[in-house]
Write a protein that binds this ligand. Sequence first.
Ligand code: GDP
Ligand code: GDP
Length: 434
Amino acid sequence: MSSIVAIVGRPNVGKSTFFNRLIQRREAIVDSVSGVTRDRHYGKSDWNGKEFSVIDTGGYVVGSDDVFEAEIDKQVKLAIDEADVIIFMVDVEFGVNPMDEEVAKLLRKVDKPVFLAVNKVDSSMREEDAIEFYSLGLGEYYTIAGISGSGTGDLLDAVVEALPETTEREEEELPRFAVVGRPNAGKSSFINALIGEERYIVTDIAGTTRDSIDTRYNRFGFDFNLIDTAGIRRKTKVKEDVEFYSVMRSVRAIEHSDVCLLIFDAQRGFDGQVQNIFWLAQRNKKGIVILVNKWDLLDKETKTLKEYEARIRREIEPFTDVPIVFISVLNKQRIFKAIETAVEVYKNRSKKIKTRKLNDIMLPIIEHNPPPATKGKYVKIKFCTQLPTPTPQFAFFCNLPQYVKDPYKRFLENKLRKEFDFTGVPISVYMRKK
Ligand code: GDP
Ligand code: GDP
């Protein structure tokens, strides 16, 4: 985990322009129909060889409703909690605004480095205009132009200088979980139950959407990033195909994740749409946990659960080695179990089996069950190894790799699963010429 720099400030001062410059790509979603809306965005950046994460706090361009003011206040407080360093951005074109004063009041109390960045200083004349921001009581300021990058170098020099040194522990990779599924499966409810605090801008204003984002959580003693897709506002006036929208979001979220928590409505069943998402995750070699939600709505006889589970497994053949957890988000049932399982799947996915151990176990199995002879030719597997790939992939070296057919590869895969536990993880088996 690298240090976190948060950019706060009222809407339209240029936060996301600066954020995009820092992370070198557009992460904010632009909804061309209803205006620009966004939630906090996280991205990685580095300056002078120091890596850090950047949060672009939610800034809204749609009108200037009081609703948003209160929400921004909340977001600033959250950013203050999470960040190591804060960049407070103001707009020289507009001058000091009452909302700036509100934010400044919050920031003066913060026991963390705060950098005041006066943005849109595109000319030397504006340098002079910037002086009025002394009145915010935050001391020295940096004049920048986010659009051209002018002045941003000096600001970043100071910012990275103020970053805490990262420790060993902080550099560990965190599991990235994506909660995916069809609309109404319970994704938002699940996430809210999980994180147990209000994190998102949720207003009833039509057309607010947000893109998938990464947010770090520490819950139940687990540290992970949540790739959030549950953001489609149902009250939207925009005529989006909600199903399509959610699939698009799933694709993005799946690509960004290590483990997908595929959640579906037990009453609606593990239908074709849900299966599509399942295979999408499988093809992307992501870890998978299936969450059967709304279990509270089903009449339970003793056999229901087992039968239900067996039906799902039939649909996901041959990749059946996947955990299935029955949950009720409503009753907060087995939410912890769901996350615990996802963490296990994450560990399985990053598992590395030592070559020696792999051969000690797999070669005798192969000897007992060699690949069947094809056209009178015998295949001899001599050696195997796990490839240095991010997900489990295995190479078996033999004399005639082209003669080893899929059923035998599946046999090897099943043995690997049985011996080493790769539950929830797609694994690949390759035959290589020795
Ligand atoms: P946010 O709401 O704080 O994230 O602000 P945006 O990044 O969306 O910027 C709001 C507007 O200010 C956009 O039209 C930007 O093009 C403009 N803007 C951002 N940086 C600069 C700058 O350095 N100079 C000028 N003149 N305009 C800027
Ligand atoms: P999303 O579209 O996947 O984010 O789904 P939501 O979280 O918005 O949930 C859709 C609806 O299902 C809401 O009305 C929830 O209250 C309801 N819901 C979610 N989880 C459960 C559950 O475990 N049991 C029951 N009975 N309803 C649930």
